[in-house]
Ligand binder design. Sequence first.
Ligand SMILES: [Zn+2]
Length: 439
Amino acid sequence: MEINLLKRLACEQIDKHSLEIQNIAEEVLCHPEIGFQEVLTAKRVESELNKLAIPINTNLAVTGVKGKLSGAHSGPNIGIISELDALIVKDHPHSNPATHSAHACGHNCQIAMMIGCMIGLNQELILKDLHGSISPFAVPAEEFIDIPNRLTLRQKGGITLLGGKQELISLGHFEDIDIAFMCHTATGSREKVFAVGGSSTTHVTKIVTFSDEPNSLINSTQNAASFAIESLNYNREIFQSSHTVRSHGIIIRPSESFAQDKQTKVEWRIRASDLDSLSKYSEVADRCFRAAALSLGCTVVIETIPGYLPMINDGQLQSVFESNATRLLGNNRVLTIPASEKSGGSTDMGDLSHIIPVCHPYCTGATGTGHGKDYLIKDYKTSVINPAKIMSMVTIDLLANKSSKAFSIMNDFKPLLSREKYLDLQYSRFGTEVYPVIG
Ligand SMILES: [Zn+2]
């Protein structure tokens, strides 16, 4: 069948089921769960894929769910990704009163658009013309939060890396996926409702513990934490704008008593455009923590935790998104962001983009501040139905015509890292330093 007819069939099917698809987004919104704990959300994905008779594997990197829908002919496997997790935003109108978790980043829409896309593609008339397969993949823990608990999970052997896609890469669950993409909700202007391109930062997290003898006369550990934060702020003068540096953090556990509990913990995060500049600013942060310990006469333990790598959108794959989004939405409604434009945020799709061809576009429909208590989805058509259609059309473009487009993308792709090199890099970025050195 002609490729545009296949696309029309997929879009018509999505339209026919649009209320049901929107319902998934609204129901997931009401059951938010944070990373590596997304049990109910994973069950929901499982039951939706079961309804479509798509075979699945579950409990991947704790809660991930991966399916496989095969076309009539063999060929590349396309990963359609959605993120299962929520954030902790206590005052969000849809936050869980017990856990304070809330979908303040629109990941509930990702679940629905992925299922919607599969509803569109899961038709005999389409599958018989596809050369390859499609793996809907609901992945855990994109938000880099809850760090102390994830470190405990890591110590117990439950995970080796703290991000969901990072952990899935380490377990080999992306090994059978040749090309992957997803779509993230965003706020935006009225005329542009879909965006491709841009990039993101890489980051490192520090869990810093200042400790002192119980009988010391001053509250040295809180003072050291305060000194360190001031010192970190003075160093903003050396941030180069071309490095897109962000330096932010909180005291996560203040010292509670003069007499006994002489320990204060700080969680700090540094972001930058690339790994080289990040390591420079990471060393500056360590210098501030050491200086504070030295000045107040206490000890400091600096735990360094590797974060995500910068996002690189595959150029050819991005063009396929651009043309299908334009086809669906119209010429002036798709925004192309230059690759040089880095957002201050980060995503573990960046990690995956160093290994296989990946695209991470955005759809509007949200209002408020990302991760804020006012982040709400106002238009489910633009934030769920349109991206479901665009992702189904992209998949058809990749796998129809004997998957010539998919092969062209795969052949031209030059990975920056192999999976092995990626894992070596990330594991080598973990570190623990005690200062002053004892003995
Ligand atoms: Zn997000």
